[in-house]
Ligand binder design. Structure first.
Ligand code: PLP
Length: 423
């Protein structure tokens, strides 16, 4: 009997014993092509030589020094490098251990910021129905994934959820994509007015929605309008790039393609590429400055902030991306993946939409392609695909549930950046 308490209590999973590039290998020697990097994590595959060497070297020097007492070279170096690539104005980095911690930190920092600048009435968060921001209570409250929220609802702080930008289902026939994007973004303004503008502190969204909806990018202009609305009302814009950031879309930060800069951005997954648990909250200088001029410290923290081994892994990941020009590769391989999916499945009666950016692609499954009717609850089409693929030696990331008030199933593909044409 396994004593591990993992995700599922149903049966024993195979034991992963080794990684080889884009493949994972189990104890029976079976090889699995990692078509989703787990959950969009393993962007360099599973046996990267540079990351392994960097971790060995750092382990021989220093594994951990508590950030209450020390900083470290790997953490300082990583913060500098992330700021170098960051969206305009972002110049401070808070290194945590994963995505939920990054989002939780963002929400608390937003609150403390408004306390410091003398606007204590601002405490409300607006998010979108099609979103996942993590499983800790603050992040879960912000997320719109009904299935993940349901049984914890009484414990979640009240959050407003507006419609996502979901062109496949929500654009009307008489609208262009841009007109639709403006209409969707303007829901934010209506919600701010409804709540009372002075009470709202932040709007949080994923630029490309990941786990909840299968790589749904915002249409052109949507995030620009969102940025304008946040500025108009003095509300902080938090972009959650935990899944879509760190090169996944072919840009180090997905919002680069949308031509905007947030007040805060969260990253994780691809940052450590699975070699170490690490995430980061990155913020505009004005937020850091307000806290420095006021309380003098962020009233929050986790034991493993700025962990030297985790930062070392992330530095090595960045070096791989830089030296192998992996962003260019992601864009090229992403186009090929999209074309292959379209030519293979584009006319399939149960495939409604194939979308995404870079090596971040989603296939939406429907019972009827013409009417876009979703599969019924209980069909569990996503679970069947997951196990059929797994049996055949392919890891993909299918999800099903209620999305934006409607049932939906999709398969997310997020292969390592090093994936070859053949693979
Ligand atoms: N935010 C987004 C967009 C995510 O996709 C996830 C995880 O899937 C999280 C936050 C939570 O990250 P973690 O699982 O590392 O806590």
């Amino acid at each position: 009997m396994s004593h591990i308490f993992g995700r599922s209590t149903r049966g024993q999973l195979p034991t992963a014993v080794a990684g080889d590039g884009c493949y994972l290998i189990d104890a029976n020697g079976k090889r699995y092509l990692d078509g989703s990097g787990g959950a969009a994590v393993s962007c360099l595959g599973h046996s990267n030589a540079r990351v392994r060497a960097a971790l060995h070297e750092q382990m021989d020097k220093l594994a951990f020094a508590h950030t209450g007492f020390f900083t470290s070279d790997p953490a300082e170096q990583l913060a500098d490098r992330l700021v170098y690539y960051a969206p305009e104005g972002i110049d401070r980095v808070y290194l945590v251990s994963g995505g939920s911690e990054a989002v939780e930190s963002a929400l608390k920092l937003a609150r403390q910021y408004f306390m410091e600048v003398g606007q204590p009435q601002r405490h409300r968060v607006i998010a979108r129905r099609q979103s996942y921001h993590g499983n800790t209570l603050g992040a879960l409250a912000a997320g719109g994934n009904e299935w993940r929220r349901a049984q914890f609802a009484p414990m979640l702080v009240e959050t407003s959820h507006i419609a996502p930008c979901y062109e496949y289902r929500d654009r009307r026939d008489d609208e262009t994509a841009e007109q639709y994007g403006l209409r969707a973004a303007n829901e934010l303004q209506a919600e701010i007015e409804r709540l009372g503008p002075d009470s709202v502190m932040a709007f949080i969204a994923e630029p490309v929605v990941g786990a909840t909806a299968g790589a749904v990018p915002a249409v052109t202009g949507y995030l620009k309008r969102i940025r304008e609305i946040c500025d108009q009302y003095g509300i902080l814009l938090i972009l959650d790039e935990v899944m879509c950031g760190m090169g996944r879309t072919g840009y180090l930060f997905a919002c680069e393609e949308d031509g905007i800069s947030p007040d805060m951005v969260t990253i994780a997954k691809g940052l450590g590429a699975g070699y170490q648990p690490i995430g980061a909250l990155m913020v505009q200088g004005k937020i850091y400055d307000a806290i420095a001029a006021g309380t003098g410290f962020f009233q929050h923290g986790h034991t493993y902030l700025g962990h030297a081994m985790a930062a070392t892994a992330a530095n090595a990941v960045l070096s791989e991306i830089e030296e192998n020009d992996l962003l260019t590769r992601v864009r090229a391989q992403g186009e090929k993946l999209q074309s292959a999916l379209v030519s293979e499945f584009g006319q399939h009666p149960n495939v409604g939409d194939i979308r995404g950016r870079g090596l971040f692609r989603g296939v939406e499954l429907v019972a009827d392609r013409d009417s876009k009717t979703p599969f019924e609850t209980g069909t569990k089409i996503h679970a069947k695909i997951k196990s059929a693929a797994f049996d055949a030696g392919l890891i993909c990331y299918p999800m099903g549930g209620t999305i934006n008030g409607q049932r939906g199933d999709h398969v997310l593909l997020a292969p390592p950046f090093i994936i070859t044409d053949e693979q």
